[in-house]
Design a protein around this ligand. Structure first.
Ligand code: PMP
Length: 405
């Protein structure tokens, strides 16, 4: 229950061939049957901002109610590259800083470290980012001569916490960004995996409208095919670059990308483009099977936890109840570190992730993350059985130690 990977049971190599062929015919018909153009589009170096930006634009308006000019979309090598390009572009000198709610996805703090950008931690509560703390952090940072350029947030089923922001918090976050002049970097790899009959809360980017405070970071790793490594950034802000010229933020990202990966593989883009065409630009229904599995795994894990640790039971173990996504966070009566993880792996044959990895300060917390996306319900039953044995054993060790001291 450590790997936050998508479920592999639905992967099919034939899909790749089919999607490639669909995209190939799409290019052929767009170019009026020009075979040279088909070859060039799929096999030659290509446009830095990518070739499936139109299809991504339609996907965003169909699934997310986000309506943007495709010119503001940069297709990237996974969302990870989109994160790095955005941070590297925003970082002009060492006064520029990224605000990040803690615990935070390590890919975001890791990309900030790679871009040599300071991270300002903000508290998270059960309903996501603590806006009062955010405002305090921004004011203090400015008083110290820093420039908080952006706030990173996963508004739907965050990694690792599973928390989601309600609509009022989303609105308030955008208003704060306007008031204090920073951007919001909305990373949304899990938003589609909510219950099939549930209403979605609008994304920050959909709420943003013409205010253009939100840079949206997308990933097709969970909703498309992870092996294609396709993600994107929507950066429709008009900003001044280092040379003083005003232009689209997307074009500044593309400048950095041209020195990093040149362009995203057109073959990989064609696979995702073909999938979007095959499903009329919507991945919501295309992922019905996956969503059902992830929702089922989540419910099953919560039931299994409740079976092992009913209300008022000792030891006291609690957990959150996300409405979707891949993760649940467990709070236990002892601090968990990597040494305990090794012990859990060796002795109990179960893996999970100590939460301190998502704080970046190395200080063990009494919390751990369970990933439920990669497993079958039977494996989850076995995993939580083993985890419960591990937790009871550690509580016994603790009470013994207390007895001795
Ligand atoms: N953001 C978050 C919150 C994630 O959990 C992940 C993947 N674990 C990513 C981004 C990375 O996405 P990609 O695979 O598209 O680079």
């Amino acid at each position: 229950m450590a790997a936050g990977r998508p479920y592999e049971g639905f992967f099919d190599i034939n899909d790749v061939h089919e999607y490639l062929r669909i995209y190939e015919s799409h290019v052929r018909s767009l170019s009026g049957g020009d075979e040279k153009q088909v070859h060039r589009t799929l096999l030659q170096y290509g446009r830095t901002k990518g070739i499936i930006h139109d299809l991504i634009g339609r996907n965003l308006s169909t699934d997310e109610g986000i309506h943007v000019d495709p010119e503001s979309i940069v297709v990237t090598v996974g969302c990870q590259e989109a994160l790095f390009l955005t941070l590297r572009t925003l970082r002009r000198d060492d006064r520029d800083a990224l605000i990040a709610p803690m615990p935070c996805y390590v890919g975001a703090t890791g990309a900030a470290a790679l871009a040599d950008m300071r991270v300002l931690p903000v508290a998270e509560h059960t309903a996501g980012i603590d806006l009062e703390d955010l405002e305090r952090v921004v004011k203090e940072a400015k008083a110290d001569g820093l420039r908080p350029r952006a706030c990173y947030v996963v508004a739907d089923f965050a990694n690792p916490s599973g928390a989601s922001l309600d609509i009022d918090t989303r609105e308030a976050l955008i208003r704060l960004a306007e008031k204090h002049d920073f951007l919001v970097l909305e990373d949304n790899p899990y938003g589609l995996f909510r219950a099939l009959d549930s209403e979605s809360t609008p994304t920050l980017k959909a709420l943003d409208g013409d205010r253009r405070r939100v840079v949206y970071l997308g990933s097709y790793a969970k909703t498309g095919l992870p092996g294609a490594r396709i993600g994107f950034a929507v950066a429709d802000q008009r900003t001044a670059s280092a040379d003083g010229r005003t232009g689209l933020l997307a074009d500044q990202l593309a400048k950095v990308k041209s020195m990093l990966t040149v362009n995203t593989s057109p073959i990989a883009q064609a696979v995702i483009g073909g999938k979007l065409l095959a499903h009329r630009h919507s991945l919501r229904s295309a992922n019905a099977r996956e969503t059902e599995l992830y929702q089922g795994n989540l419910r099953h894990a919560l039931n299994e936890l409740a079976r092992h640790f009913p209300d008022d039971s000792r030891p006291e173990v609690t957990w959150n109840t996300p409405a979707g996504g891949f993760f649940v966070v467990l709070t236990v009566p002892f601090a968990v570190d990597d040494e305990l993880l090794m012990h859990s792996a060796r002795r109990h044959q179960v893996l999970w992730t100590p939460l301190h990895h998502f704080y970046g300060d190395g200080r063990p917390r009494r919390q751990l993350r369970l990933s439920l996306s990669y497993l079958s319900p039977d494996e989850i039953t076995v995993g939580i059985n083993r985890l419960a044995d591990f937790i009871r054993e550690q509580c016994d060790v603790q009470s013994l130690q207390k007895g001795i001291s």
